[in-house]
Design a protein around this ligand. Structure first.
Ligand code: FAD
Length: 291
């Protein structure tokens, strides 16, 4: 099913992100995680492509497992910072062979040790989107940054570039994580003012361990509100308490979003079906799976 069609229904959707393993030997474990996550019946699942802009050998495999083995609509991520046009064409062919019709098209982070862009590369996600549209009938999404992309001169210029991405054929957007909903509401006001009208899926990261907090604080620009800091400080020494509090914080954020008319939420699950399951249990009267 095309995600653009799903988003048109105006129903509340909760979807989940997974990342593929680096090594083929870890695929059986990853398939187990897909199965457990699929049993939660999210509206769709996304599978990331590499990390920090690197390529990924197992995204298509895992996306196939989500959709064609477990029957959940899938969104396959695809980045172009480390790939030339030939590699992109190869992945698109593989996606088509597996009848995977949704792609989150991204530039990816530019790897520090590589020259970018080479002559056979796309400079921006918008160029990748144009190429995918020429290749075939995919439903294409893109990323957006409520606090501005770290490379952007300003939020305004980032939103101008976002508009280019939408004009290139991006049918929906998924946000970077944020911990203060007001940041998203402000961003949506600005994007609408610029004429960006495609659905925006709010990306929510349940913070359930200390390592995640380190990673988040290293992301330049991510605002950690006082309420969030207090939770982290209070429960830092108790992993079980921090996990419970992180699930409650994410649940609270999602309820506030839905109450304010944001019907589509994507959970950055960090491959933890128990965490996604606990959030979905908290929302069992708010999000009703379609099947
Ligand atoms: P772009 O849309 O190309 O934007 C990158 C920068 O260039 C921005 O500052 C933008 O303002 C600017 N820009 C864009 N277009 C133009 C233009 N025409 N002219 C001038 N400037 C322009 N990374 C991975 O490696 N794998 C993943 O699976 C992955 N999944 C992600 C999912 C989500 C929901 C999000 C939010 C991020 C994800 N990332 C992933 C990280 C992402 O790849 C990085 O944030 C990357 O630095 C930017 O990718 P982008 O697609 O947003 O780039």
């Amino acid at each position: 099913m095309k995600i653009s069609e799903l988003l048109k229904t105006k129903e509340v959707t909760i979807s989940c992100e997974l990342f593929p393993p680096k090594k083929g030997s870890e695929l059986p474990k990853a398939h187990e995680i897909v199965k457990e996550m699929a049993e939660l019946r999210p509206a769709f699942m996304s599978v990331t492509y590499g990390a920090s802009g690197g390529i990924s050998e197992h995204t298509v495999d895992l996306a196939n497992e989500v959709q064609n083995v477990n029957g959940v609509p899938v969104l396959a991520h695809l980045t172009c910072a480390s790939s030339g046009r030939d590699k992109i064409q190869e992945v698109l062919r593989e996606l088509r062979e597996h009848e995977i019709e949704n792609i989150l098209a991204l530039r990816g982070d530019i790897p520090e040790d590589l020259e970018f862009p080479l002559p056979n590369q796309y400079h921006h996600a918008s160029e990748l989107i144009e190429e995918i549209k020429l290749f075939g009938d995919f439903c294409i999404g893109g990323a957006c940054y409520p606090e501005g992309h770290p490379e952007a001169e300003s939020i305004e210029s980032d939103i101008d570039n976002l508009k280019r991405k939408v004009e290139a054929g991006c049918e929906f957007l998924t946000t970077q994580m944020f911990f203060d909903n007001n940041i998203l509401y402000n961003f949506l006001y600005r994007t609408l003012k610029k004429g960006i009208e495609v659905p925006v899926i709010a990306g929510i990261m349940p913070v359930t361990n200390a390592n995640q907090i380190k990673r988040i604080t290293s992301l330049s620009g991510t605002v950690l509100p006082q309420r969030f800091r207090a939770v982290v400080e209070r429960f830092a020494d108790s992993p079980a308490a921090l996990k419970q509090a992180g699930i409650a914080y994410a649940t609270d954020q999602i309820i506030d979003l839905i109450a304010n008319g944001i019907n589509n939420v994507h959970i950055y699950t960090m491959n933890k079906p128990d965490v996604a399951g606990a959030i979905l249990k908290n929302l069992s009267e708010i999000y009703k799976p379609r099947v």
